[in-house]
Design a protein around this ligand. Structure first.
Ligand code: UD1
Ligand code: UDP
Length: 358
């Protein structure tokens, strides 16, 4: 039996092609949501919109700190694993939910299969870097999205077997973009031409000085902005007394976190992207999207997007970000036709291995 664990927005999106393939093949699997993300618009909306089955198990976490949450998730996942006895547990990416799932799996003697293995930012400030390193080193099956990711794993002499599969986000875009395009015209934003913004990374928004710089970037942007705000960021803006400044920006359209179809629809319409998201650095490379992204971070674990010309790692200094934004808007440098993150058949390759492993 295969267990598939998700817990946050990007995992639901990136595991969707895998879950749907498991369904299609009629394989025995258990779908588990850890409850790390719990608001409707951060969790359930994706299950519904992406046509996924209801998770067989989902938890409500009581803890607030990462340590408390990881502990609680391990306890809950252990209970499910004792009952369902998975042979292999599939995890995706680098969140706290995934590190909990990997530990829980090991402790019941299941094999860990890591989707999106081998990413490295070499930035030890990021909790995601700790998590992905831990998961990679205890996985038996490592699904590296690219040859670069495979090289990172080989350099670290990981224990498990490496498969280069592409990233399932490309599969997801192939599947959902047509639906998103239908929906796009229904979403009203007050600008014809705009940049889309997202920002939520702990190392950015938990630092009041970095968050203030971000607000300055928003205030001085030469292009109107559409900004679906992550709950973590809203909370910090209020806590650090920056919320009123954001609300007063006339050229900024603030929205709740969006469902995937709505978000993709807007992404397709946007002129350019400003974000610290991991997934967005991949999505902009899809042949049907092809946009420049200013990565509001000082590091990235997606160098493939930088090399191909899509991603520009600009940090959060307003002078640097705004100068780069102006230049890219003026020059709009051409972008490649192909994505460095795969051909849309990652889930097929992953499920083939999971099937044999289970
Ligand atoms: C987590 C991941 C991050 C990923 C992101 C995707 C870790 C270490 N971080 O960050 O890698 O990029 O998810 O979006 O696992 N909150 C709500 N409602 C929700 C979810 C969160 O209000 O549904 C608020 C809560 O105040 C919570 C805070 O956001 O304390 C942070 O949530 P958390 O899941 O810890 O981390 P993210 O910043 O979402
Ligand atoms: N996304 C979404 N609605 C939003 C913002 C983002 O559906 O309002 C999608 C986005 O298209 C991408 C994923 O969420 O697929 C990225 O999630 P996030 O940036 O939260 O996490 P990260 O990728 O940085 O881990």
């Amino acid at each position: 039996m295969i267990a598939v664990v998700v817990g946050t927005r990007p995992e639901i999106i990136k595991m969707a092609p895998v879950v749907l393939k498991l369904e299609e093949e009629g394989l025995d699997y258990t779908f588990i949501h850890t409850g790390q993300h719990y608001d409707y618009e951060m969790s359930k909306i994706f299950i519904e919109e992406l046509g996924l089955p209801e998770p067989h198990y989902s938890f409500q976490l009581k803890g607030e700190t990462p340590g408390e949450q990881i502990g609680e998730m391990i306890i809950q996942l252990d209970k499910v694993a004792q009952k369902r006895k998975p042979k292999v547990v599939a995890v995706q990416g680098d969140t706290n939910s995934m590190v909990a799932a990997a530990i829980a799996a090991l402790k019941v003697g299941a094999d860990v299969a890591h989707v999106e293995a081998g990413l490295r930012s070499y930035d030890w400030r990021m909790p995601e870097e700790h998590n992905r390193r831990m998961i990679d080193h205890v996985s038996k099956y490592l699904f590296a999205p690219t040859e670069e990711a495979k090289r990172n794993l080989e350099e670290e002499h990981v224990y498990g077997e490496i498969f280069v599969t592409g990233n399932t986000i490309i599969d997801a875009l192939d599947r959902y973009l047509p639906l998103a395009e239908e929906k796009a015209s229904q979403i009203e934003v007050p600008f014809d031409e705009f940049a889309i913004v997202t920002f939520h990374r702990a190392e950015n928004v938990d630092n009041p000085f970095t968050l203030r710089d971000f607000v300055t970037i928003l205030e001085r942007s030469p292009i109107p902005l559409v900004y679906p705000i992550h709950p973590r960021t809203e909370r910090r803006l209020k806590e650090f007394g920056l919320w009123e400044r954001v609300k007063n920006i006339k050229h900024l359209y603030l929205m709740k976190p969006l469902g995937y179809l709505e978000f993709l629809g807007l992404l397709k319409r946007a002129k350019i992207v400003l974000s610290d998201s991991g997934g967005l650095q991949e999505e902009v490379t899809h042949p049907k999207i092809r946009k420049h992204i200013l990565v509001l971070r000082t590091s990235t674990e997606r160098p493939e997007a930088v090399k191909a010309g899509f991603a520009h790692v600009v940090g959060t200094n307003p002078v640097v970000v705004l100068a780069t934004l102006e230049r890219l808007l003026e020059e709009n440098p051409p972008l490649p036709e192909r994505s460095p993150f795969g051909d849309g058949r990652a889930a097929e390759r992953i499920v083939k291995v999971l099937k044999e492993a289970s």
